[in-house]
Design a protein around this ligand. Structure first.
Ligand code: NOJ
Length: 546
């Protein structure tokens, strides 16, 4: 029996920016409930919601101060119960975000630990004192600066991310039990599973020794992910929680390479799947429409697929709340249009893995135009910007980077219609709305059978169609016509069924050898053939089934 989550189509919601139901400028749970029919019609059957727990929101909810309570800016626990029930009526399951590498410095555990170095909760974190008053080592946090921050009583505490996010000490069995209780409490409430944040950071190198760096800068903490010994934590986590439910778990697992992939996302892995970050963007390519750049990207996708097919399962995606919009990441401005954006959808949706759609991707939302750093919200962008100033580096370089690849690009409010604030809120939106909303919005695309949204509805239905879904879930993956430049083509085969996906990822026509089967999806009105050749239009994407 294929596990249900292999046939899931997941929609990711960044709650702060999805739909505001009460006019305070911030999206909320009732806003999500209001849009369930929209999501149902889009054809998704699972929703992952970014953190909704009580939080000072230093990192938009990835800094949790109460794991059991919904943040009042998003509503209350009863709103969550109602959302679960209403989603259930539509056969939509809900995944929450599980953030257990760290909590907030405003969590009562941390507050107690700060007040009393000898209390039980002090053992839930990593504290150190040093005789020279300097930070305990040279490790660099993911958001810039040291992983250590100092308390007024001179103790240092450890944080992989910002100083508002102290790391939890997984070596402590009492802390681990508290985490398992909390996870099971939410699973008992009816959530269908979790997206698991930054999980490969939970095991530390307990020597905390400084590391050599060539350039004298701090040592990047991301090099210390998936640290030996983490398996014991992850198997216990699975055993005491997830394995007791028929749930879906998808881990954000930076640092997991081919060596340890199976233990994470193989048949009896710690999680149902991990996200495939191997081809998340085209960073470093100066011209994304250059066929060589496309082929380098294609190679990454294919390598990863061939490996995953043999070893486990992954979550496949083009966008998320930490990324820029896919129309910007993978397409030059002159090439951004209906064909190219729908081609991107076809390209990834039928790969081996569970497809995720990020809010707004289904209408082709774009990066925003940022005037300066003050318009941005992301603490990572701000931290790095001011760090560059302190180091006498050029802050404009940092700004350029974040304009293109920064996280705020995905966090501008969802564009529902062409009313004020794109119909996201009747108040003042917490973050600026992308100026292009009169042209790019749900209401307009819902009326238009040739819109990106209408095409996404076809894509989700095809991925879940009982006639084909077993082939998508279980079928082998093989690249096709690999040597044809800027053609991204592959087959998925199972028993007697072969599905062929053809994507001409360039802004020109090209002819390729023909393909067997009947056309079951096409982002172009035409299907031209000539003498055993298929004549593809610019960015034409077609799926055939045999
Ligand atoms: C990864 C999340 O995706 C990101 O948004 C967050 O800032 C960090 N983990 C820290 O929790």
């Amino acid at each position: 029996m294929t596990e249900w989550w292999k046939n899931a189509v997941v929609y990711q919601i960044y709650p702060k920016s999805f739909k505001d139901s009460n006019g305070d400028g911030i999206g909320d749970l009732d806003g999500i409930t209001e849009k369930l029919d929209y999501l149902n019609d889009l054809g998704v059957n699972v929703i992952w919601i970014n953190p909704i727990y009580c939080s000072p929101m230093a990192d938009n909810g990835y800094d949790i101060s109460d794991y059991y309570r919904v943040n009042p800016i998003f509503g209350c626990n009863e709103d969550m119960e109602r959302l679960l029930a209403e989603a259930g009526k539509r056969n939509i399951k809900i995944l929450l975000d599980l953030v257990v590498n760290h909590c907030s410095d405003e969590h009562p555990w941390f507050q107690k630990a700060v007040a009393d170095p000898d209390c039980e909760e002090a053992g839930y974190f990593y504290f150190k004192t040093t005789s020279d008053g300097k930070a305990p080592n040279n490790w660099r946090s993911n958001f810039g600066g040291s992983v250590w921050s100092q308390l007024p009583d001179q103790r240092w505490y450890y944080h992989t991310f910002s100083s508002k996010q102290p790391d939890l000490n997984w070596e402590n069995p009492k802390l681990r039990e508290k985490i398992y209780d909390m996870i099971n409490w939410w699973l008992d409430k009816g959530v269908a599973g979790f997206r698991i944040d930054a999980i490969t950071f939970i095991k530390k190198d307990l020597t905390f020794a400084s590391r050599e760096t060539g350039d004298g800068h701090l040592y990047p903490i991301e090099n210390l992910t998936d640290y030996p010994g983490i398996d014991a934590f992850l198997s216990e986590l699975k055993e005491k929680t997830f394995s007791r439910y028929d749930c879906m778990t998808v881990a954000e697992a930076p640092g997991v390479g081919e060596k340890t992939f199976r233990s994470y996302a193989g048949k009896d892995g710690f999680f149902s799947m991990i996200f495939d970050f191997n081809w998340e963007n085209m960073e470093g390519e100066t011209d994304k429409s250059d066929t060589a750049a496309v082929d380098r990207w294609k190679d990454k996708i294919f390598q990863s697929q061939k490996f995953t097919y043999k070893n486990g399962w992954s979550g496949v995606f083009l966008e998320n709340h930490d990324q820029s919009r896919c129309a910007n990441k993978f397409l030059e401005e002159k090439c951004r249009n209906y064909s190219s954006i729908t081609a991107l959808a076809v390209l990834y949706f039928f790969l081996y893995g569970t497809p995720f759609i990020y809010q707004g991707q289904e209408i082709g939302m774009r990066n925003a135009l940022w005037k300066n750093i003050d318009e941005m919200d992301d603490l990572r962008a701000k931290g790095m910007y001011y760090e560059a100033i302190e180091r006498n580096d050029d802050p404009d370089k940092v700004l350029k980077y974040f304009e293109e690849l920064g996280r705020d690009n995905a966090r501008t409010p969802m564009q529902w219609n062409d009313n004020a604030n794109a119909g996201f809120t009747e108040g003042t939106p917490w973050m600026k709305v992308n100026e292009n909303y009169p042209a790019i919005n749900v209401a307009e695309q819902e009326q238009n059978p040739s819109s990106i949204l209408s095409f996404y509805k076809k894509v989700t239905r095809l991925r879940r169609d009982p006639k084909y879904r077993e082939t998508f879930a279980e079928g082998s993956f093989s690249p096709l016509y690999e040597n044809i430049p800027a053609l991204i083509a592959y087959t998925r085969k199972r028993d007697v069924q072969t599905i062929t996906v053809i994507v001409n990822f360039k802004n020109e026509c090209q002819a390729i050898p023909s393909v067997n089967g009947k056309c079951i999806l096409n982002n172009n009105d035409s299907l031209l053939t000539k003498e055993n050749r298929l004549l593809l239009q610019p960015y034409q994407a077609i799926v055939f089934a045999d």
